[in-house]
Design a protein around this ligand. Structure first.
Ligand code: BES
Ligand code: MN
Ligand code: ZN
Length: 492
């Protein structure tokens, strides 16, 4: 897909999305342009016959001529518009267009941010949000469908004038939406194809294409690094584990160094503590963290910030078999700490333990992990809010602020010493699970024992990475959640 920024009069599209506000007579330049082309029909329909009021997510479809359609979208009341609502409007509008089975070129109005006093909005963010949301709405995974729809090939962002800020926002938006599509495609692909080896090969390919440093470790190299916790999880599978580490280095001295770890369980059957069928159904998505960080590093290689970025994932399957790790096993992680296996289905934290130890040795300023870690986060926060935890409140506050600016929901959960009791073991440093209470925080407390970083943050995306029901913005299936926030966090 191509992205362009265009002055209104230079638009060259088959379909144009244009916005109106509720109870607002002043119309946008794009609206006036379309109204002229329609010989005032649009104005008549909307402001005289009131076919739509302009309320939030209300739409009116109109064919201006054989070659040009328009979708007028209501943004609701002007003083109630938020960035998130804008994103939801654009994503649902483009979703409609996708279902209209129209191929070719789509143009979208860039809203005039100087007009929205309450938005704390600038043109750069508006451009970024608009393009990301458009591609969220247009996304589909039709590789295995016999009947494929025609696809939009180009998105034009329309504005009266194209400033450098708009260009810059569009560029970030384009690469962000590429990263999201990359991650979603990889998560949608079946686990029989996406094995640890497959992702390792893909990582190697990405490194070559983007000129990144890459270290890919196989099973015996993982053994040599003494990642015996990670290895134990992988033992039940016929597919060998792999450990990947890609590095993006800026030309000049980096302003900061960040390690980004993605949970990479390519299928989570639960191990010997096997999951019931309904819970196992979506567990090809247990590598969403790994897919996200691989998408993000590709975006960074293009956007070239002066930040050093390490992307890491411990990849394996969690299966039940004669060679699988067992309840009661005692595992020793890379940092020497011992873990009593209380439940083989709490495998993510075991693999992340070794990945965190590895990241600790890189001498980075910050470590962030992103993981489909606990069902408990779904009980606590549902499917549209990501749990955020960590040991540095300043880092968490900054991330929370950026997430809200780029239309994603996060909510902080505590990591307190009291949680230690939940994982008390008589024969090892800790157990890997401890009952149903405070499951998300307890998992995070477990992780905190495997990093010495003073700036470690953990994102639990178990509820948000993969949707069973379509929400206001994203269709069911993988969401690419936190990619927008992480990219903007790294750039900031
Ligand atoms: N991958 C799951 C967490 C998960 C659950 C992700 C639902 C997406 C949707 C994780 O490995 C897991 O199985 N966690 C267990 C931990 C329990 C045994 C303490 C869980 O949450 O049930
Ligand atoms: Mn599990
Ligand atoms: Zn898992």
């Amino acid at each position: 897909m191509r992205f362009l920024t265009k002055k209104i009069k230079e638009e060259n599209s088959d379909i144009i999305i244009c916005f109106i506000y509720e109870n607002e007579e002043k119309r946008s330049d794009v609206f006036e342009y379309l109204n002229n082309l329609s010989n005032n029909v649009l104005c008549e329909q909307i402001y005289k016959f009131k076919v739509i009021k302009g309320s939030f997510q209300e739409t009116f479809e109109y064919s201006i001529n054989e070659n040009l359609k328009t979708l007028i979208v209501g943004l609701g009341k002007k003083n109630e518009l938020t960035r998130k609502k804008l994103s939801q409007c654009i994503a649902s509008a483009t979703r409609r267009i996708k279902n209209m089975s129209k191929k070719g070129s789509l143009a979208i109005e860039l809203i005039d941010t100087s007009n929205c006093s309450n938005l704390e909005f600038n043109d750069q963010d508006a451009a970024q949000i608009t393009l990301s949301a458009a591609r969220i709405g247009l996304y589909e995974f039709d590789k295995y469908l016999h009947d494929k729809k025609q696809k939009i090939e180009t998105i034009e962002l329309l504005s009266k004038e194209i400033s450098p800020e708009i260009e810059q926002g569009a560029e970030i938006g384009a690469y962000t939406s590429f990263a999201m599509k990359f991650a979603k495609d990889l998560i949608n692909e079946s686990a029989q194809i996406v094995t640890p080896k497959y992702i390792a090969n893909l990582a190697e390919q990405i490194a070559k294409e983007h000129d990144l440093e890459s270290q890919i470790y196989n099973k015996s190299q993982i053994k040599n690094m003494k990642m015996n916790a990670f290895l134990a999880v992988s033992r039940g599978s016929a597919n060998d584990p792999a450990f990947i580490h890609l590095t993006y280095k800026p030309k000049n001295k980096p302003r900061k160094k960040i390690a980004l770890i993605g949970k990479g369980i390519t299928f989570d059957a639960g191990g010997l503590n096997i999951k019931p069928a309904a819970s196992m159904l979506t567990m090809k998505s247990d590598m969403s963290g790994a897919a996200s960080v691989l998408g993000i590093i590709q975006a960074m290689a293009k956007l070239k910030p002066d930040v050093e970025l390490h992307v890491i994932s411990a990849l394996c399957e969690n299966m039940a078999s004669g060679s699988a790790y067992k309840q009661g096993d005692i595992l020793t992680a890379m940092n020497g700490k011992t873990i009593e296996v209380d439940n083989t289905d709490a495998e993510g934290r075991i693999t992340l333990a070794d990945a965190l130890c590895y990241a600790d040795k890189l001498g980075v300023d910050e470590i962030i992990d992103i993981a489909t870690l606990t069902g408990a986060v779904i009980v606590a926060l549902g499917n549209n809010i990501t749990g955020i935890m960590g040991n540095n409140q300043k880092q968490i506050n900054k991330f929370k602020d950026i997430a809200s600016r780029y239309c994603e929901n996060v909510w902080q959960m505590p990591i307190l010493d009291e949680l230690k009791e939940n994982l008390k073991s008589e024969i090892a440093d800790f157990k890997n699970t401890g009952g149903r209470n405070a499951g998300t925080s307890t998992a995070a407390w477990f992780l905190s024992n495997f990093t010495k970083s003073k700036s470690w943050m953990h994102l639990d995306i178990a509820g948000t990475a993969y949707l069973e029901k379509t929400n206001k913005e994203t269709i069911s299936g993988p969401t690419g959640v936190m990619i927008r926030s992480l990219i903007n966090y790294i750039l900031s």
